[in-house]
Write a protein of this length. Structure first.
Length: 164
């Protein structure tokens, strides 16, 4: 079943990159007691993710931070890939990278997509959500992996302004 507005995020573990290497962090640890603007991409370094989705959030990260949000990105990639992608895209220090290497989180929230036919395996659908203390307040899911309209940083910022 797909997660919806009002639902609490399920318990899952992401890998994040620390100075000492990959480190696990749970949804309770990362989302507990704060507001998070989370966006998900099907894959780091893929064309739409690198040319449109990530740059939009890098460009609007300060706006979201001023509204009290931590900005985070999740993808079905490992922590090493996401750390390098953050560096290459200018996201380091602005956007927390949450590696969902086995798609466990994507599956638990019902937002996985099987891209095996394209040689990508099971990935995350493209979406953006505003989460407050672990509860989903805004959720925008794209119909196709190549679209960045509902899940864009601009859309997220305008929805946060209207609804929260």
């Amino acid at each position: 079943m797909t997660i919806k507005v009002g639902d609490k995020l399920p318990e899952a573990t992401f890998m994040t990159m620390s100075a000492d290497g990959p480190k696990p962090t749970t949804t309770a640890e990362f989302f507990g007691g704060k507001k998070v603007a989370l966006f998900a991409v099907p894959g780091a370094y893929t064309p739409t993710c690198s040319k449109t989705h990530m740059p939009g959030f890098v460009g609007r990260a300060d706006d979201l931070t001023k509204k009290g949000y931590t900005v985070a990105c999740t993808s079905v990639n490992d922590a090493f890939v996401l750390a390098q992608w953050a560096k290459d895209s200018g996201a380091t220090g602005k956007i927390a990278m949450l590696a969902d290497g086995s798609a466990d989180f994507a599956k638990k929230i019902g937002l996985e997509i099987d891209l095996t036919a394209r040689g990508l395996g099971v990935r995350s659908k493209r979406y953006a959500m505003a989460v407050e203390n672990g509860v989903v307040k805004v959720l925008n899911i794209e119909e196709s992996p190549g679209s960045v309209d509902k899940s864009s940083a601009d859309t997220m910022c305008s929805m946060i302004d209207r609804s929260l």
